[in-house]
Design a protein around this ligand. Structure first.
Ligand code: CTP
Length: 128
């Protein structure tokens, strides 16, 4: 069984998120998502439109997602990869190179982002 992990905020859930989760899940048999908490978003300088609980409810309904757990710090990834016995770490190529230090634990794959869509774009449109 090939086990995959990814991370993100997944605010104002959109098809770029869905495509990322689908492609990640198709690389293996099981997908865990580290979902950024509202507190961790503050550390990242982000403010999500939807709360952690709501973002989690939406992710729970996505058929490609097998497990959701809270992402509360930058440093937790090594422990998560070991805990969940992960084979492949997948994330969008906006993060290219940023997580290469984890490559002693598992494969690292940066997937191309979907064009012309982001949570930021949706939030900016809602404010207009
Ligand atoms: N993602 C993607 N294509 C997009 C937007 C996001 O593949 N158009 C991917 C990201 O690369 C990441 C995951 O979806 O692996 C979660 O991204 P997140 O940062 O939560 O969403 P964004 O829409 O990029 O949010 P923001 O505008 O706040 O950066």
């Amino acid at each position: 069984m090939t086990r995959i992990i990814t991370y993100g905020t997944f605010d104002t859930f959109h098809w770029g998120h869905m495509s990322m989760l689908q492609r990640a899940r198709e690389m293996g048999d099981w997908l865990a998502v580290g979902l950024s908490t509202d507190e961790f978003n503050k550390i990242k300088g982000k403010h999500s439109h939807f709360s952690y609980e709501r973002r989690m409810e939406i992710l729970r309904g996505v058929k490609y997602v097998d497990l959701i757990f809270p992402e509360t710090s930058w440093e937790q990834k090594r422990a998560d990869i070991i805990k969940y016995n992960i084979d492949i770490f997948v994330i969008g190529d906006d993060w290219r190179g940023k997580f290469d230090d984890l490559s002693d634990l598992c494969r690292i794959i940066y997937l191309p982002r979907s064009a012309d869509i982001s949570s930021t774009l949706i939030k900016n449109s809602l404010q207009k």
